[in-house]
Ligand binder design. Structure first.
Ligand SMILES: Nc1ncnc2c1ncn2[C@@H]1O[C@H](COP(=O)(O)OP(=O)(O)OP(=O)(O)O)[C@@H](O)[C@H]1O
Length: 269
C-alpha cells in the first residue's frame, strides 16, 4: 500500500473576503509524482503555499510527514521546510551570481558543509540536470530552458524529500518541456523524492503523474491515477482536460461577494 506523505484535511481558506477553498481534502503519496491541476485562479499555487506553511488555513489541517505544519514551533517548522524544495514560477536566479554560486547559495546559507563538499555537491546537482558544463556561466547567458534547469538544481541542493513545482513548463518550448518532464521523473525516482507538480499543461502532467488531483470552484473535483482521470465522465473534468472554454467551469472571475456554487453553475452572461 502506498504511504501518504501529505494529507490535506477539510481545509477552508479565504483571501481578501473571497473563499478559495470551501472544504478541500486530498492525499499526496510518498515517493510519487502528484499533479495538481485546475483552471486558472482556482488556488493551485495557494495549495503549495499552504503546504509550505507560508499561508495558514482558516480551518482544517495539513499534515506533512505526519506533522501538522501549522501547529509547529518555529524551529520544527524550519526542520520541515528543510525537507522541501520549491521551484516557484517566480523563482528567478540571482543575476549577479554564476550558475554554480546560485546552486551553492542554499547550502552556504543553511548548512555547515565545507567549501569542497559544497563544490562537489554543486557539480553533482548540475550533472543531474545535465548542465555540468554551465557551472561558470552567468544567468544572462542561459536560455530559458537552461535557467529553469539551474533553478531546479538549486531547488534540490539540500536533498529535499519533497519537491514542489509551480508551473515548471511555462514559457518553455516543446523540447525543453520534454527535458523537464523526464528530469522531474528521473529526480523523483532516483532520489526517492515525493513530487508535487502544479501545471496547466495537461498532457505533460498526465504523462508523468502517478496521482492527479483536479481542483475547481474551491473543491477537489477529481482525484486518482492519470488513467482514471482521463476516463472520467465528470463534465468539469472533461471540460478542463479538453480545454473547452464553455462548460460547468465558469469563464468569469466571480464578482465580489459572489458564491462559488452559483459561479460554477455556468458561464455568467
Ligand atoms: N496575495 C493575494 N491576495 C489576495 N488574493 C490572492 C493573493 N494571491 C492570490 N490570490 C487569489 O487567490 C486565488 C487563487 O490564486 P492561485 O494563485 O493560488 O491560483 P492558481 O490556481 O495557482 O492560478 P494560476 O493557474 O492562474 O497560476 C485567486 O483568486 C487569486 O486572485
Amino acid at each position: 500500500m502506498t504511504e501518504t506523505y501529505i494529507k490535506v484535511e477539510n481545509v477552508r481558506f479565504s483571501r481578501a473576503g473571497r473563499t478559495i477553498y470551501e472544504n478541500v481534502s486530498l492525499s499526496i503519496p510518498r515517493g510519487k509524482i502528484t499533479a495538481v491541476m485546475g483552471p486558472s485562479g482556482t488556488g493551485k499555487t495557494t495549495l503549495l503555499r499552504l503546504i509550505a506553511a507560508q499561508l495558514a488555513p482558516d480551518s482544517g489541517r495539513i499534515l506533512v510527514d505526519n506533522q501538522d505544519v501549522h501547529t509547529l514551533s518555529r524551529t520544527d517548522l524550519y526542520k520541515v521546510r528543510r525537507k522541501m524544495g520549491m521551484l516557484f514560477q517566480s523563482g528567478a536566479l540571482f543575476s549577479d551570481m554564476s550558475v554554480a554560486e546560485n546552486i551553492a547559495f542554499p547550502m552556504e546559507e543553511h548548512t555547515q558543509l565545507s567549501h569542497d563538499t559544497i563544490s562537489q555537491r554543486v557539480s553533482d546537482k548540475l550533472h543531474s540536470v545535465g548542465l555540468r558544463g554551465a557551472a561558470d556561466l552567468m544567468p544572462s547567458e542561459l536560455s530559458g530552458g537552461m535557467a529553469r534547469r539551474v533553478a531546479l538544481a538549486r531547488a534540490i541542493s539540500l536533498d529535499p524529500e519533497l519537491v514542489m513545482y509551480d508551473e515548471p513548463f511555462t514559457g518553455q518550448d516543446p523540447i525543453s518541456k520534454g527535458v523537464l518532464v523526464s528530469l522531474i521523473r528521473q529526480l523523483n525516482d532516483s532520489a526517492n523524492m515525493t513530487s508535487v507538480l502544479v501545471s496547466h499543461d495537461v498532457e505533460e502532467s498526465l504523462s508523468i503523474a502517478d496521482h492527479v488531483c483536479i481542483l475547481s470552484g474551491g473543491r477537489v473535483i477529481a482525484e486518482g491515477t492519470a488513467e482514471a482521470i482521463r476516463a472520467s465522465n465528470d463534465p468539469q473534468v472533461k471540460q478542463f482536460l479538453n480545454g473547452e472554454p464553455d462548460g460547468p467551469v465558469p469563464f468569469h472571475y466571480p464578482e465580489k461577494g459572489g458564491d462559488l456554487e452559483r459561479d460554477q453553475r455556468g458561464v455568467a452572461s
